[in-house]
Design a protein around this ligand. Structure first.
Ligand code: ADP
Ligand code: ASP
Ligand code: MG
Length: 460
């Protein structure tokens, strides 16, 4: 069997959902369909939560009404009258429930993480209903499943961690029998529930992660991530005008790229796939015939350059110098304990004899972190930094590549340079304002000029 996950843009409107139905219908293998909220809906629901917190009762109801209308309009794609009526009834019920929740929250002007999850989950709960009805309408034996009955998580609202054993158990009990009967289960991504039944979410972009967790639990033959680009591209298309598709990637390459900003895959997606060696395919729902990107355990490194480049912007660098001259052992432990205590992940780390520099993405606890580090070290922090990295198996085997990457950045002030233990990436930290130039230079160096040269040779 396979898992087919459709992102927000692949369910954004009636036309997109019709495309989804055609893609799922064309597939002959048993399949589980996972969908995101309609594009923009998760953001809109987070806005609703903010309005409720601000006590804006009128604004909250207006926003929910707008969302209700958008979902209601989608029901028009269902042609069978009875099916359309029941989809509309389900949609009405969902939005009535949401209205009741946010109205109450706006009165008390308080939205706990738990309540925020309850609100945000409506995006996937509603979109999955629409997708299931559209599939049925296309003649497929679709069965909607409540994601909260399938994905079991801990209670860390907003960034819940899955309980793999419990989730596998519910997949066995709820999904396998449907697949065995030849039915097509449809479930919302991103959303889960605690063992006690409280609604949770996996963190932004988490539908990919749901798909991978389901794929692993069902020992799928393939996990397909259907999106709005042709696959993993050599760079973020919002930064580089004409990136190319990367046809093959290893799990390691894909996870480094995802972690360092290639939003097309949620960074956690790869983990469950890696454990069972399940291939992940990134495909374009606008061009289903395009081959996409296939991510597998290993790829032939070849003799070219990096597989792709990525950047992560708006970061903060923290320099931590040991105030006792030389770095005594135990210093690094103390430093990282502080980040652990404030639950703040560190992206890049470099060290010297007397100091450690790290970058962080999540600035919420910055003041606390700096205050605590300052009790035993000299600390300086700087906002407005970015990570730019080149990723590829070839970096490990071709010693010249790292030099060529740095060479391409000549003249740009680099704040940190790091090549991790995997040696599959070379990462630099620089000023955020320099990130686009750095990306352009790297892209030209590795994905444009060489090509141009090869093309010229072919002509000659
Ligand atoms: P979905 O709604 O399908 O989950 P996302 O917006 O989460 O889609 O991810 C797809 C987007 O990721 C693309 O539209 C593209 O703008 C962005 N992106 C960033 N870096 C890359 C990359 N290296 N390759 C492909 N897409 C990328
Ligand atoms: N709808 C969620 C989000 O926008 C999850 C996802 O799309 O993957 O973050
Ligand atoms: Mg996504």
């Amino acid at each position: 069997m396979i898992v087919m996950k459709f992102g927000g843009t692949s369910v954004k409107d009636a036309e997109a959902v019709s495309r989804l139905a055609r893609i799922v219908a064309r597939e002959r293998r048993p399949r589980l369909v996972v969908v995101s909220a309609l594009s923009g809906v998760t953001d809109a629901l987070l806005d609703v939560a903010r309005l409720a917190e601000a006590g804006d009762g009128v604004g909250v109801l207006q926003a929910v009404r707008g969302l209700h209308r958008r979902h209601e309009e989608m029901a028009a794609i269902v042609r069978a009258t009875e099916r359309r009526a029941s989809l509309l009834a389900v949609t009405d019920a969902l939005f009535d429930e949401l209205t009741a929740i946010v109205r109450a929250l706006a009165v008390v002007e308080e939205v706990s993480p738990r309540a925020r999850d309850a609100i945000v989950a409506f995006g996937e709960l509603a979109s999955s209903r629409i997708a299931a009805a559209a599939l049925e309408d296309a003649g497929l034996p679709a069965r909607w499943l409540d994601a909260r009955a399938v994905l079991v998580t801990d209670a860390q609202h907003g960034a819940a961690a899955p309980d793999r054993a419990a989730t596998d158990e519910s997949l066995r009990a709820l999904v396998r029998p449907l697949l065995a009967e030849g039915l097509v289960p449809v479930v919302g991504g991103f959303v889960g529930a605690t063992a006690a039944g409280l609604t949770t979410t996996l963190g932004r972009g988490g539908s990919d992660y749901s798909a991978a967790l389901f794929g692993a639990g069902l020992a799928a033959d393939e996990i397909q991530i259907w999106t709005d680009v042709d696959g993993m591209l050599t760079a973020d298309p919002r930064v580089i005008a004409e990136p190319r598709v990367v046809p093959r990637l290893s799990f390691d390459e894909a996870s480094e790229l995802a972690y360092f900003g290639a939003k097309v895959l949620h960074p956690s997606t790869i983990l469950p796939a890696v454990q069972l060696g399940i291939p992940v395919r990134i495909l374009n729902s606008h061009r289903p015939e395009a081959p996409g990107t296939l991510v597998t355990r290993s790829v032939d490194g070849g003799d070219g350059g990096p597989a792709a480049i990525a950047c992560k912007r708006g970061l903060t660098r923290i320099d931590i110098a040991s105030s006792r001259m030389l770095m005594a052992y135990g210093f690094l432990r103390r430093v990282f304990e502080v980040f652990e205590r404030f639950r703040t992940p560190v992206d890049v780390v470099t060290t010297s004899e007397v100091s450690v520099s790290v970058t962080i993405d999540d600035r919420r606890a910055l003041d606390g972190i700096v205050a605590e580090l300052s009790t035993f070290a000299e600390v300086a922090s700087e906002d407005g930094m970015a990570i730019v990295c080149a990723v590829g198996e070839r970096l490990r085997t071709d010693a010249r590549l790292a030099t060529r990457v740095l060479g391409a950045l000549e003249g740009l002030p680099l704040a940190m340079v790091s090549q991790g233990g995997s040696r599959k990436n070379i990462t630099v930290v620089l000023r955020d304002a320099d990130a686009p130039a750095a990306m352009e230079r790297l892209h030209r160096r590795f994905f444009e000029t060489e090509d141009a040269a090869r093309a010229a040779l072919a002509i000659a």
